[in-house]
Design a protein around this ligand. Structure first.
Ligand SMILES: Cc1cc2nc3c(=O)[nH]c(=O)nc-3n(C[C@H](O)[C@H](O)[C@H](O)COP(=O)(O)O)c2cc1C
Ligand SMILES: Nc1ncnc2c1ncn2[C@@H]1O[C@H](COP(=O)(O)OP(=O)(O)O)[C@@H](O)[C@H]1O
Length: 274
């Protein structure tokens, strides 16, 4: 049609708006979502603030003000199970009928399947929480990663002999916990490493999830840098160790496992988006 493409998304997610306590952990932050959409060739993103005003709009008013008047939509691609508008009254059929009257076409988005089952955020979250990183990678089309700035931690890492870059999660809840083989892109090179993500039950802390990554054979200052930690393989669950010596021995064993895993395995993933 020679028209620019536009993806419409919501912030916060509707479930975060309606029941913040029960909403699932985020898989991507807005910034990453925008980068990923741009990389797919999407021209524009319309990010609608999901608030009381928006969710009280009737389905008809939503189509009229957002799609017709706001965007001048000519063709709409949407999941055939999508519901929208006040009380979820708007559905695919309603969009098709309105399209005829308003002069836009509507098409159901193709269902993407892996192993005969639909790909969805719910399925991806299940794969991550079960430690099935290979399945997560197939569902996403890329390995799962979490990005953030490196902050100062409790300076315990160097005491344990293993400095760990503390990647800022803010108050984010996380879709996976445990100890993983990871890699991260730094100055055009991909570094293998090990990371722990979770509440660190052996360490007195703030009760929130932390992401701590140790890069193999790296020495340098990472504070303030933006790191994307890519998860390749789960080694084990987080454990509560009775002493720092026991924690140190476990971390040393994780590092040995990481070395064995990466040996002879070139890191070939493309450098990721920032
Ligand atoms: C490979 C690896 C495995 C870890 N496993 C655990 C664990 O099982 N339980 C735990 O409480 N902390 C674990 N940690 C987290 C350490 O407690 C954390 O890295 C240490 O407290 C350093 O914190 P700091 O960066 O704030 O100094 C692990 C860290 C790494 C790098
Ligand atoms: N191989 C490495 N992997 C991760 N961080 C490293 C490494 N070598 C040096 N560092 C530096 O050490 C810091 C982590 O040291 P650590 O004692 O754990 O302190 P903190 O508690 O502030 O995270 C990192 O933020 C980084 O600047």
């Amino acid at each position: 049609m020679g028209l620019p493409s536009c993806v419409v998304i919501f912030e916060p997610q509707p479930r975060e708006f309606f029941s913040p306590q029960r909403a699932p952990a985020r898989l991507t932050r807005l910034r990453e979502k925008l980068e990923l959409l741009a990389a797919q060739g999407v021209d524009r993103v319309l990010c609608l603030a999901f608030n009381r005003r928006l969710c009280e709009l009737s389905a008809r008013a939503f189509v009229q003000s957002v799609l017709v008047e706001g965007l001048g939509v000519r063709h709409l691609e949407v999941g055939d199970d999508f519901r929208f508008g006040c009380d979820r009254a708007g559905d695919f059929e309603f969009l098709c009928q309105t399209g005829v009257a308003e002069g836009f076409t509507v098409e159901a988005a193709v269902t993407v399947e892996v192993d005969g089952l639909r790909v969805s955020s719910t399925r991806l979250r299940a794969a991550l929480s079960h430690g099935d990183l290979p399945l997560a990678e197939r569902l996403l089309g890329r390995p799962f990663s979490l990005c953030g700035r490196v902050l100062h931690g409790q300076k315990l890492g160097r005491q344990l002999g293993t400095p760990t870059a503390n990647v800022q999660l803010k108050r984010r809840r996380v879709p996976l916990t445990g100890v993983y083989l990871v890699s991260t892109e730094l100055d055009g090179r991909r570094w293998p490493g090990v990371a722990n993500i979770g509440v660190r039950p052996s360490v007195t802390g703030d009760g929130r999830a932390h992401l701590e990554a140790h890069l193999l054979d790296f020495a340098g200052d990472l504070y303030g840098r933006h790191l994307c930690v890519t998860f390749h393989h789960k080694l084990r669950d987080e454990e509560r160790f009775a002493s720092l010596d026991a924690l140190k021995a476990a971390i040393d064993a994780d590092i040995a496992a990481a070395r064995a895993y990466w040996q002879g395995k070139p890191l070939t993933h493309e450098p990721e988006q920032r």
